[in-house]
Design a protein around this ligand. Sequence first.
Ligand SMILES: *Cc1c(COP(=O)(O)O)cnc(C)c1O
Length: 366
Amino acid sequence: MTAVTTPAADPASSSTVPLRAAIAALPAYVPGARPSGTAWKLSSNENPYPPLTSVLAAIQSAATDVNRYPDMYATELVETIAGHVGVDAAQVVVGNGSVAVLQHVLEAVVEPGDEVLFPWRSFEAYPIITAVSGGTPVTVPVTADGRLDLPAMAAAVTGRTRVVLVCTPNNPTGPVVHADELDAFLAVVPRDVLVVVDEAYLEFVRDPQAPDALAVLRAHPNVVVLRTLSKAYGLAGLRVGYALAEPRLAAGIRAASTPFGVNHLAQRAAIAALQPPAQAEMAQHVDALVAERTRVADALREQGWDVPATQANFVWLATGERTAELAAAATAAGVLVRPFAGEGVRVSIGEVAANDAFLALAATWR
Ligand SMILES: *Cc1c(COP(=O)(O)O)cnc(C)c1O
């Protein structure tokens, strides 16, 4: 008998259990760098403000109940969201962050080998979730100014396409799709192809040409709208996101969801976040971040950078081959940014001092 080797000794050969080919081939999700010591963290599109006052109070008072299971169907949260956005509760599906909700959307509709079409570069989770769901990823490049190329995406739809992901604003480049572009796109996409409109940064959008996703949802039963409390509401650490869909699709997504997928603290926090006191505080924070976004983007352009027309809480610099070097220099200067090797860096809008620190570094790179 040979001794059982400890997995830590040689992880590469510790198990012969085959992984699904799609899983083994996956690139690892690269989280934003974590600050060591005093660095500013502009790498994960987080809200730099502390949690909203009334939300923090709700979390504290809910903490005494965590020995109990949460409400399995998150009934009160679903009803609160339905009231907040103005849809029927049957159209709302909540989950452990909108990334988890998107995974359940794909699990509900993608058969092995079905094509999932999305822009690229876009949200890093898209290829991962596509592979996990058994789908085949098909990507369409964003334009030189970081915008989704919806006509090219429409042309890339085939008989195998099951889902199209529309990220607006697009992470990591920043621009929104315009209402007329989305309308033209939906007019030509077959009605049995699901179109997911991912609005993770909705609250930061100020472009009047941005689509009204709820009107789009009413007009197109093949649309699912994704939203999250991670960004504007500053609840990234608690994980709450939701999908809006017509009731039959919503029921399918719900059926694919993890039981008790939204924990008790997250449910209470999200319910509080959608009440008037938290809404007002959130709006103040978002307005300040939008003003900072304008200041940062203008300053970068003044320095000579080409900055795509961002409508989110980040800016994109297409630094190409200099990307890794710039990211390392930023880290050395005490600012963590998110590099995409060979392509560019995404820099979240943070505290004024953090943004100033990044602007000072960026100036030395022109
Ligand atoms: C941050 C983000 C999300 C939301 O993630 P959560 O799981 O809700 O924290 C979804 N889509 C995009 C494009 C994002 O950037």
